[in-house]
Design a protein around this ligand. Sequence first.
Ligand code: SAM
Length: 226
Amino acid sequence: MGNSELYITEDGSHSIFSQEYGVSYHSKFGAFTETQHVFINASLRFKAVLQKNISILEIGFGTGLNALVTFFEAKKRNLEIKYVGVEAYPISVEQAKELNYSSFLDLEINPDIFLQLHEISWNSPVQLTNQFKIEKVKKKFESIDYNNHFDIIYFDAFAPEAQPELWNEEMMRKMYNALLPDGILVTYCAKGVVKRTMKKVGFTVEALPGPPGKREMTRAMKILSL
Ligand SMILES: C[S@@+](CC[C@H](N)C(=O)[O-])C[C@H]1O[C@@H](n2cnc3c(N)ncnc32)[C@H](O)[C@@H]1O
């Protein structure tokens, strides 16, 4: 995989170790389990209680695992998802073919969906099914500005130690602005400094139990005062 290596995490799902950043794309305790816990259970299922049309911004599309599980969840819960996945350094379709994520989901009706997520063009929206529209945006998140646009942000950049430029006050404000009122941001990261920066730009911040191997994760909400 060029500058990165495929390995198997503890729940049997693959991840990639980035030599360049010196970190893994997912938790070594389980990539699939982490996605389900942090991104699906703590944000998508939480929002789906209130609404069926949900717009999601993912920062760090990477392997496409979060998008795949979101696609599955939309089908299962009859949601309509608009998904924007921002990625500065995409993996290749050949790399994606090596990943074993489809075997973790019952994708009977859409067996090729994971590959499709990788094969679709960058920077143009694609309606993959009635329930799932996606645009993959090949850019650095720093260069993009969204305003009042998303119900959910999956903030899945590499850790603050590996890329501090994505965890500073400016980026947190950018994410706050990108969310609609009552929008929520979730991240696997539970560092004190990150939570303080989130509060500083206006987020209401909660610590939730983390996935295996992590005591806590963070959910931050854009709650506007009257
Ligand atoms: C922790 S990995 C997670 C990726 C993905 N969510 C997954 O499940 O595979 C972080 C991702 O952020 C991407 N990335 C790094 N810097 C970025 C930037 N400035 N803007 C957008 N994406 C970036 C990396 O290339 C990598 O794919």
